[in-house]
Design a binder for this molecule. Structure first.
Ligand SMILES: [Zn+2]
Length: 141
């Protein structure tokens, strides 16, 4: 968790961290996979917008924008990048959903929904040794 602290200061830093998890080698277009993308202005919640020139040409548009969260598990969530990162960090400390909800000041139901989602997508890099990913968290509805 300690390594997360520098990123827990604002949404932009949190978004930067989450982007590195998704694209360790740099942002790629979620539609075509091209890495020839051009950073644009950030969204209000700190997410980086990018334009894919390849898709813009293909679609006959001036721009083909995407954000850090386009086509990811985060896209449908109402949580901000900072809240996501906090939930992830707390989950790594093996807190349960009730504690995480209290610490992150979010609904317990939200915590219950987010945590298994995160757990299922982070097995490769952030697996907790020997811990059950569903311990005490309840099933996703
Ligand atoms: Zn593209």
């Amino acid at each position: 968790m300690k390594h997360l602290i520098p990123y827990l200061q604002d949404d932009q830093k949190a978004a930067d961290y989450l982007r590195q998890l998704r694209w360790p080698d740099g942002s790629k277009c979620p539609r075509c996979g091209s890495d020839a993308v051009e950073p644009r202005e950030r969204c209000d919640n700190g997410l980086q917008r990018c334009n894919c020139g390849h898709c813009a040409v293909r679609l006959g548009q001036q721009f083909a924008m995407f954000t850090d969260w386009t086509s990811s598990i985060f896209e449908e969530s109402k949580l901000r990048p900072l809240e996501w990162l906090l939930v992830m960090g707390l989950w790594q400390l093996t807190l349960n959903a009730t504690d995480i909800a209290a610490a992150a000041n979010i609904q317990e139901r939200t915590a219950q929904r987010c945590i298994p989602t995160w757990a299922s997508t982070s097995r490769s890099s952030h697996r907790r040794d020997g811990a059950s990913t569903s311990a005490g968290l309840g099933a996703t509805p």
